[in-house]
Write a new protein. Structure first.
Length: 228
C-alpha cells in the first residue's frame, strides 16, 4: 500500500493509538512542509508514545515554521511525561531555539528525572547560549554520571574559557569515557583566542597528557588535536 498524504492523515486521525504512531513514523516520507502541518495535530496527542514520537520529529521538521515549532516545544516542556519533556529539549537544541533557554533552565531546576536533565544539558551545548554556563557548572556536580558527562561535552561546545579549570580535573578520571569526552571538550579551546595565555598552556598540557593515555583511541585523537 502506497503512502500518501491522505493515508497518513487518516492514520493520524484514527482512534487506535498504534495507527496514529505509525502515521507519525510515515510522516518522514512526505514533503517536510506538509509533514510539519500534519504533525501539529498529534504533538499534543492523548497517548504519550504518540506525543513522544511527534515531538522528536520536530527536531527536523521544525525548520518549516520555527515560530510554530517553538510554541509546540514550549508546551511540550510542560508535558506531564518526562520522556516528552526530554524529547522537547532535544528538539529545541537541534533547532537552536535559544529563546527557550529560560524555560529549559526552569525545567532542569524542578525536574527530578535524570533523562530530562541529561537532555537539557546536551541541548544547551547545541544552543551555544552563554547564559548556560552556570547551569552546566551545576550539572557537572551531578550524582548521575551520564548527566555529568553530558555537561563536560556541553561546556566544550559552549566555548567559554571559564570552563577549562572545571574540566581539567577530569583528565585523569578512571572512566575512559569521561576522559574521552574531556579531550573532545578541551579541543574546542585549542584554536580559541583567549585573553589568558595560561589557559591555552593548560589545555595544551592536558592534551599532551591525554596523548599518552592508556586507551589507544584517546591517545590517537589527542595527538590529532595537538597536530602531531
Amino acid at each position: 500500500m502506497s503512502i500518501t498524504p491522505e493515508s497518513v492523515q487518516a492514520m493520524l486521525a484514527s482512534e487506535n493509538f498504534g495507527d496514529r504512531l505509525s502515521g507519525v513514523n510515515q510522516l518522514r516520507q512526505l514533503d517536510p512542509a506538509l509533514a510539519f502541518t500534519l504533525i501539529q495535530s498529534v504533538a499534543m496527542d492523548r497517548n504519550v508514545r504518540v506525543r513522544y514520537a511527534a515531538v522528536s520529529q520536530i527536531s527536523t521538521l521544525g525548520e518549516q515554521n520555527r515560530a510554530a515549532a517553538l510554541d509546540l516545544l514550549r508546551r511540550s516542556l510542560e508535558d506531564p511525561e518526562p520522556d516528552v519533556q526530554a524529547a522537547a529539549a532535544d528538539s529545541l537544541g537541534a533547532l537552536k531555539l535559544t529563546v527557550a533557554y529560560e524555560e529549559m533552565q526552569a525545567l532542569y531546576e524542578r525536574s527530578p528525572d535524570w533523562l530530562v536533565k541529561f537532555s537539557i544539558v546536551a541541548a544547551l551545548g547545541e544552543l551555544g547560549d552563554p547564559r548556560a554556563f552556570e547551569l552546566l557548572e551545576l550539572a557537572l556536580q551531578s550524582d548521575n554520571d551520564l548527566v555529568k558527562t553530558a555537561a563536560i561535552g556541553a561546556l566544550g561546545e559552549l566555548g567559554d574559557a571559564r570552563a577549562v579549570p572545571l574540566l581539567l580535573p577530569y583528565v585523569g578520571d578512571a572512566d575512559w569515557q569521561v576522559r574521552h569526552r574531556v579531550m573532545q571538550a578541551l579541543s574546542h579551546f585549542t584554536h580559541t583566542e583567549m585573553a589568558q595565555p595560561e589557559i591555552k598552556t593548560a589545555v595544551q598540557s592536558a592534551l599532551e597528557r591525554l596523548s599518552q593515555d592508556e586507551y589507544e583511541p584517546i591517545a590517537q585523537e589527542a595527538k590529532l588535536y595537538l597536530g602531531s
